[in-house]
Design a protein around this ligand. Sequence first.
Ligand SMILES: NC(=O)c1ccc[n+]([C@@H]2O[C@H](COP(=O)([O-])OP(=O)(O)OC[C@H]3O[C@@H](n4cnc5c(N)ncnc54)[C@H](O)[C@@H]3O)[C@@H](O)[C@H]2O)c1
Length: 425
Amino acid sequence: MTPQRLKLAAIGCGSRTFIYFELAAKQPELYEIVAAADHSPARLAKARALSQNPAFREFHDDVAILAEPKLADLMIIATQDAFHFGHASAALRKGYDLLLEKPISTNLRDVLALEKLARDLGRRVTVCHVLRYTPFYRKVKAIIASGVLGEIVSVEATEGVEPWHQSHSFVRGHWSVMEKSTPMIIAKSCHDMDILSWLIDSPCTALGSFGGIQHFRAEKAPAGAPQRCTDGCPVGDTCLYNAHRYLGDQKRWLDVIYDRAKTATDAEITDWLRTSPWGRCVYHCDNTAVDHQTVNLNFASGATCTFTMTAFSEGRDLAIFGTKGRLLSGERVKKTAGCDLVVEVFATRKLERITIDLEKDGGHGGGDAGLIRALHAEMSKPRPEDMESSLQKSVESHVMGFAAEESRRTGRTLDLAEFRQAYGG
Ligand SMILES: NC(=O)c1ccc[n+]([C@@H]2O[C@H](COP(=O)([O-])OP(=O)(O)OC[C@H]3O[C@@H](n4cnc5c(N)ncnc54)[C@H](O)[C@@H]3O)[C@@H](O)[C@H]2O)c1
């Protein structure tokens, strides 16, 4: 039985754990934050402050925290992608249920192995597919469930990463070299694969994918652009990706990569840019993450879906075409109809315009807050597989993502059941 107050601990104290700790600390009736592990004393100090718990315990790393007798009900695994499998497996074996950051792992074999391990040990794992907990997607799910759209036939979805975000995370940053982290379609778009799987609510049976790096490559560099923005670039004044913007209008991005972002002087930040990956010219990086990709998906229900990820748009667009009506949403709808969602019923030609307060709950359209609000109840459900973002459900959408990457690389259309089987699932 889930205790009245869920005790939380974390392995990896970066931006994600800080968000979850901050949100959990605001609900002391549900959560008690008891411990965390990280190599960085400064990050542990921040985690301790967020915990609001004088008895909070700090550990140098995963090995140290897992050497202790079980300290909490739930372990947050929020190290970088490549560590998830090792840290999650060890914590499961120690007896912890998990709040596991996406991706489950960087390769499908480990994803499927982790699912088996959790099942064999009878542990609960919630994967941080935070979009499932946003007011926006909950509304879309409710509209589909109401039957007003009829049967879903076609879905169009776009994820606009946004040019600066692409450069920060996927050209200069943690997820720029796919071989060291995760394919873009998993690193960024596993949320989209997951939300499509959740909304269409039918197994994906086959898919095909195309994509590549069109812009962030050496031959697109302006003439004379040096290796680093700090080396006196001749086009620095007009370049969209000038790293000096970290000192100005893009300063908020420093918060997630530079511990002293709030206190460092401009001179210190400039010095840091001279050696940091985030000071590199975006046309002279070692990036392998794609800047655009499309996926065509077929579902068992008969529905089909086209998904586009592009660096060169912002936000998510979604259109659902059903036998009785259609639902439109996203930036284009916002600009033309002035609302978040439009639902049109064919029989009556009735249009419903729906606005959702997307900002009120903070990060990821309210998904971070929604996840932490729901977590206690999720962990109390009698059957782990009924959890909204259970490991079992998340594996489905990870299979879609890994298959999309394989299809993009090989140019082949893939049967999902065969693909999964080939990886031991
Ligand atoms: N759910 C979402 O929407 C979402 C959004 C952003 C990032 N993420 C994912 O969350 C994860 C964490 O991202 P982040 O930005 O917080 O990362 P981060 O790099 O800021 O933090 C990771 C932390 O792990 C620590 N660490 C490394 N090895 C360790 C070990 N052996 N023991 C203990 N600590 C160790 C590092 O010192 C670092 O502080 C990533 O996998 C990322 O893909 C998810």
